[in-house]
Ligand binder design. Structure first.
Ligand code: KG4
Ligand code: ZN
Length: 337
């Protein structure tokens, strides 16, 4: 078969990204323009500012990606884009750019689900062996997905309120760590001890999660200590918070791994960059003789390479989108069990 070059675009939140992926697994070039510094002063992503920034940068990012690869759009086999879930105004910019390129250069258009992208980030470095369980943990999602085959997604559980990334970012905010706080909590947690008593959220028989309670428990604790004039030990607080998060994520996910009798566990999404989560899953998977796949750090947070990786599977199945493709901000990966 002729080599397949997918030109992928991702703009669902606060990263404008383009990537060229050869035959589904070889990353030729990826450009990621992060808006983190712009949103930092607001303490989180401001949708209107995100979409304006995507508008300003999308053509630059596309151009840089082609130039860096020393390729032309004519060399591409297909154009892929994230069409949901995500921020409406942000998704629109990527989708309109992809449609335009597809029309002008007469290339098939592939509409990719952002969460499928996170899962297929793992395919850039590893072979997927089915059936498998995937834990998607990001700023927007916390889901346990069972996959019997490529692109067969069954949602067996997920958060009922906040995502785990949201909890990290809000806990960070209350101890004056700027957005996105997840990576900083990761570092602080390494320096502290588990001294604060926090509730283990939703420790039940389901595969669902709830992170709003622990987030509120941390916020209340900090406010109460401040009112009493006590100093919070932010390192100890981060260790205590992270221990509880790691405990509940690993407990439920490893139960699913056993119940569904899978040989591979995939972790994906921005929070999968967390070192404590990686280490604990690695220990538990070793013990259970399960292969753990975790993306390289650069493929954990939002990027277009993962979209190109997922799109390749769709290309092989000729799952192309038409020009009336619409953004789907609340798109789900799979129906709930
Ligand atoms: O996947 P992503 O880039 O965007 C969404 O699709 O939501 O994930 C961003 C989230 C943020 O909440 C950020 O704080 C979190 O991932 N994150 C981390 C770490 N690196 C990024 N959380 C904990 N530990 C990290 N090392
Ligand atoms: Zn994401």
């Amino acid at each position: 078969m002729k080599d397949v070059y997918i030109f992928a675009i991702e703009s669902s939140c606060d990263e404008t990204s383009a990537s060229i992926i050869k035959n589904g697994e070889e990353e030729i070039n990826t450009v990621i323009l992060s808006q983190i510094d712009i949103h930092k002063k607001f303490g989180g992503v401001v949708p209107e500012i995100a979409s304006r920034s995507h508008t300003e940068n999308i053509t630059i990012v596309i151009d840089e990606c082609l130039k860096g690869a020393n390729m032309k759009m004519e060399d591409m086999t297909a154009i892929a884009v994230t069409y949901g879930p995500g921020l409406a105004g942000a998704l629109l910019i990527g989708v309109e750019a992809a449609k335009t390129l597809s029309l002008i250069y007469n290339k098939p258009l592939i509409a990719v689900n952002h969460i499928a992208g996170h899962i297929y980030a793992n395919k850039l470095e590893h072979n997927l062996k089915f059936p498998l369980i995937s834990l998607v943990i990001s700023g927007g999602h916390t889901e346990i997905i069972y996959m019997e085959d490529d692109f067969s997604f069954k949602n067996i559980g997920g958060t009922l309120d906040d995502s785990v990334g949201e909890a990290y970012d809000k806990v960070a905010r209350v101890i004056d760590v700027p957005y996105p706080g997840g990576p900083v909590i990761d570092k602080y947690a390494k320096k502290g001890k588990h001294t604060y008593n926090l509730p283990i959220p939703m420790d039940d028989e389901s595969y669902n999660f709830s992170f709003s309670g622990i987030k509120s428990a941390v916020i209340n604790l900090v406010h109460n200590e401040k009112q009493r004039g006590n100093e919070i030990d932010k390192y100890n607080l981060c260790t205590s918070f992270e221990d509880v998060v790691v405990e509940i994520l690993t407990k439920k996910t490893m139960r699913a791994v056993k119940e569904y009798n899978v040989k591979q566990l995939l972790i994906a999404g921005g929070v999968s960059a967390n070192s404590a989560i990686r280490e604990r899953f690695s220990e538990l998977c070793d013990k259970e003789n399960v292969e753990l796949l975790v993306p390289k750090l650069k493929y954990c947070t939002d990027n277009a390479a993962m979209i190109g990786s997922a799109a390749y599977k769709m290309y092989l199945k000729k799952q192309f989108a038409s020009y009336d493709l619409r953004i789907m901000p609340t798109l789900e990966l799979a129906n709930k069990k």
